[in-house]
Design a protein around this ligand. Structure first.
Ligand SMILES: C[S@@+](CC[C@H](N)C(=O)[O-])C[C@H]1O[C@@H](n2cnc3c(N)ncnc32)[C@H](O)[C@@H]1O
Length: 214
């Protein structure tokens, strides 16, 4: 199920084509070549817009891949930010550090080549934004861990929360058993949490954006 009508998506992508940094294009081409699930141009720009709006400086990413989402966050924080990247694949660390360094965006970057939850527990203090993009069965736990460590006014952002429409019950099959159920459980928990206000942006595969209100 397409979340966004393909013609509308093409229009949005065309508008976003002014971002022509060769490093960004290289990252997008690598993702395409290996069918690697980056958050994509439109949602990437959205991450930057949210981070700039918030004046975010301290960000934690659960599931960074080779640094594509961090590319956009780093544009917003500037070099004096602090962005923690996590990925269990050490090859992604090498690629991310190379891309971000060549793009001149490595100033705020700290990469943890390990499980996101362990790395998160190894940090202290509150974050302006926690962004989640790990294996989907871990989404409910990610929300539980992150929500206590995001400042009031800060954001929890999580990708793939519409899961190609599977959350509607009208698309059969799952990528891995339990993924759809876990995503739906997290979506429900966020939507009903009295300390948060949230919305799901139906862009690409759906991105939940939740702001801590108390
Ligand atoms: C969808 S990709 C991340 C894409 C990235 N956020 C972007 O937009 O470019 C998910 C990544 O999370 C990593 N991953 C999955 N589960 C993880 C976990 N529990 N801890 C750390 N990394 C994890 C995978 O190795 C994979 O590279």
């Amino acid at each position: 199920m397409d979340i966004v009508d393909p013609d509308v998506e093409a229009y949005l992508v065309a508008l976003a084509s002014t971002d022509d940094d060769p490093i960004l294009l290289e990252m997008e081409s690598l993702a395409k070549k290996h069918d690697f699930p980056i958050i994509g141009r439109l949602c990437g720009r959205m991450l930057e817009v949210f981070a700039r709006t918030l004046g975010a400086k301290r960000i934690f990413e659960m599931g960074s891949g080779f640094g594509y989402s961090a590319y956009w966050f780093s544009r917003a924080t500037g070099p004096d930010g602090e962005i923690h990247l996590t990925d269990t694949d050490t090859e992604n660390e090498t690629k991310a550090l190379d891309f971000l360094q060549r793009a001149g965006l490595d100033g705020p970057i700290a990469f943890h080549a390990s499980d996101a939850f362990g790395a998160f527990k190894g940090t202290t203090g509150e974050f302006d934004i926690v962004y989640c993009d790990i294996d989907k069965d871990a989404y409910p736990e990610a929300w539980d861990l992150a929500k206590a460590r995001i400042r009031v006014g800060g954001l929890f952002i999580c990708d793939n929360v519409l899961w190609s429409g599977r959350v509607t019950g009208k698309v059969s099959g799952d990528v891995r058993e339990g993924y759809t159920e876990a995503i739906m459980n997290m979506n429900q928990a966020i939507a009903t949490d009295d300390d948060w206000r949230s919305t799901i942006v139906p862009l690409r595969d759906g991105v939940v954006v939740a702001v801590r209100t108390s």
